[in-house]
Write a protein of this length. Structure first.
Length: 71
């Protein structure tokens, strides 16, 4: 069961992948099926049930597009 809910402001994500590298559970990746208004593939969580709500992704994001809500 997920310990948190991670949300991305996909329109502001620039696909830098810092959040992908920071995730200890390896559940964050770029969504290759979407292109945002800036022309980038935005990041997303592929398996929210595995999320431990550590916040590493949000801490690493240089544009503060990631929000963590602990459950």
């Amino acid at each position: 069961m997920a310990k948190g809910m991670v949300t991305f402001n996909e329109d502001l994500c620039k696909g830098c992948e810092l959040c992908v590298v920071a995730c200890p559970k390896n559940i964050v990746e770029l969504d290759k099926s979407k292109i945002n208004a800036k022309g980038f593939n935005p990041a997303h969580v592929v398996d929210m049930d595995e999320c431990i709500a550590c916040g590493n992704c949000a801490i690493m994001c240089p544009d503060s597009v990631i929000s963590i809500e602990k459950l």
